[in-house]
Design a protein around this ligand. Structure first.
Ligand SMILES: C[S@@+](CC[C@H](N)C(=O)[O-])C[C@H]1O[C@@H](n2cnc3c(N)ncnc32)[C@H](O)[C@@H]1O
Length: 284
């Protein structure tokens, strides 16, 4: 609610909105599917925090300065959809479990295992992967190290992921065994991820549109679900190719079900796992 003493902001025209959305697409590579009313609401929220009442004055803030970068980030934080949950697509995590078990059985034993949750939101996807891997290693090869990373364009999401504190109902899709071993109730009723899973899972701010300059590589598993939908088709394909470059030979790429963007990469072979959009990187 705006205090009575603050002047109402000027209304956003469709031209102004269009210009901002175009810049947003160029900057973050993302298309925002929210309604005009929601986008306008986010812009007003930013204007209110900055004490600006004139839309043109707000748009003028998007120049080449460092402050403009910060403002983009703040606006993107409001506009991005961060919906997520633990074990969001259970079959995809079964596919990962099968991949890790097969890797351990077939040998040669890897010296370590790694994963990347690209577009990780508040961390539930990365922590779910950590739990799956930890659970298998604990039974079969407890001496083997693993580490995982999660990246997101939203600072708010990265910060929530690092805190790893979730309300009780966020755990409803966590299998009972994992809940018992890897989730800890905090005073006040929130739940956190066990210290060993947390210590091996790290989160970073990173824009997938600039993935070519990201210092991440050589993963066994890359998970990129429900993120590509926000990009234009050519950007989607470019991002997937970049992810493939950061996968080890034999590594597993998992996209969201239905996010098969009719993309072909000679290094990748489709993994047949019902309901899951998965590819394996071949060595030839
Ligand atoms: C709908 S959530 C999906 C979270 C998780 N992958 C899942 O499937 O549950 C999409 C996430 O992608 C992030 N995102 C959107 N555009 C991005 C970009 N250009 N670079 C990195 N992350 C981005 C959003 O901030 C959001 O947290």
């Amino acid at each position: 609610m705006m205090p009575a003493t603050v002047r109402r902001p000027s209304a956003i025209t469709s031209d102004q909105l269009w210009m901002l959305m175009r810049h947003l697409r160029d900057y973050a590579g993302i298309k925002i599917d929210s309604t005009q009313a929601i986008i306008s609401q986010c812009i007003y929220q930013r204007m209110e925090s900055l004490g600006i009442t004139d839309v043109d004055a707000y748009l003028a803030a998007f120049d080449a300065s460092i402050n403009a970068r910060a403002e983009w980030m703040a606006l993107i934080d409001l506009l991005t959809v961060k919906e997520t949950r633990f074990f969001r697509q259970p079959e995809a995590f079964d596919c990962v479990a099968n991949y890790v078990e097969t890797l351990l059985q077939q040998g040669p034993a890897p010296s370590a295992l790694s994963f990347w949750s690209a577009g990780c939101s508040a961390g539930q996807e990365a922590y779910s992967l950590g739990m799956v891997i930890e659970h298998i290693l604990r039974r079969h090869q407890p001496w083997l190290q693993w580490h995982g990373i999660g990246t997101d364009i939203s600072f708010e999401a990265v910060s929530a992921a690092q805190q790893a504190s979730y309300p009780g109902d966020a755990l409803r899709h966590v299998p009972a065994d994992y809940r018992k071993w890897y989730m800890v109730e905090e005073p006040g009723g929130q739940w956190t991820v066990s210290a060993n899973i947390k210590a091996q899972t790290h989160f970073f701010h990173s824009n997938l549109l600039h993935v070519n300059s990201a210092p991440f590589a050589d993963f066994n598993i890359i998970f990129c679900q429900n993120v590509l939908i926000y990009f234009e088709r050519d950007k989607q394909r470019w991002i997937i190719d970049q992810l493939v470059d950061r996968l080890r030979i034999g590594g597993l790429l998992i996209l969201g079900a239905g996010e098969d963007v009719r993309w072909l990469n000679p290094d990748m072979r489709r993994v047949q796992w019902p309901g899951v959009c998965a590819y394996k990187k071949t060595g030839d």
